[in-house]
Design a protein around this ligand. Structure first.
Ligand code: HEM
Length: 139
């Protein structure tokens, strides 16, 4: 991930923050359309869940400049997701729904360079979460 990509992700995310409630709704709508089976994993209030998700993405996006601090936070998040019943394969579906949501929210500002940068960032976060999760199971 280059400094330019970090900038692209951070500046594009700032445009999503003001519409984060709508973005969260769009995201879960798409996620459950892609895989209706995922709905049963979510037991708490979806509006509250949407806020938590948006806050976590904000934290991750703002933390990209200091990976030393961000990585342990993401590892903890990955370990907690084991307890929510989340499996490795689910990360791809969530990634697809996230990219789709950004595309809806940003419109023409979601250029191919912005998309590439988000795919790199999401893949990095997902891989870090998955690795921490698999180490938890093995123990
Ligand atoms: C970038 C990746 C992800 C981020 C930033 C993220 C963020 C969060 C956050 C902040 C929470 C609140 C609880 C906590 O902090 O432990 C949460 C809960 C949860 N997440 Fe994720 N998540 C990600 C990936 C996934 C994936 C791939 C799934 C699979 C479907 C998933 C399903 C869930 C479920 C089921 C809960 C618990 C909901 C409940 O309590 O009802 N998440 N997530």
């Amino acid at each position: 991930m280059t400094a330019t990509q970090i900038n692209l992700v951070q500046s594009s995310w700032e445009k999503v923050v003001p519409i984060s409630d709508t973005a969260a709704k769009l995201f879960y709508g798409e996620l459950f359309e892609l895989d209706p089976g995922l709905r049963s994993l979510f037991t708490s209030d979806m509006a509250a869940q949407g806020k938590k998700l948006m806050q976590a993405i904000s934290l991750a996006v703002r933390g990209l400049n200091d990976l030393g601090k961000l990585v342990p936070v993401i590892q903890d998040l990955g370990r907690r997701h084991v307890g929510y019943g989340v499996q490795d394969k689910h990360y791809e579906t969530v990634g697809t729904a996230l990219i789709w949501t950004l595309e809806q929210g940003l419109g023409p500002a979601f250029t191919s360079a912005v998309k590439e940068a988000w795919i790199e960032v999401y893949t990095g976060i997902a891989t870090t979460m998955q690795r921490a999760a698999s180490e938890t199971v093995a123990r």
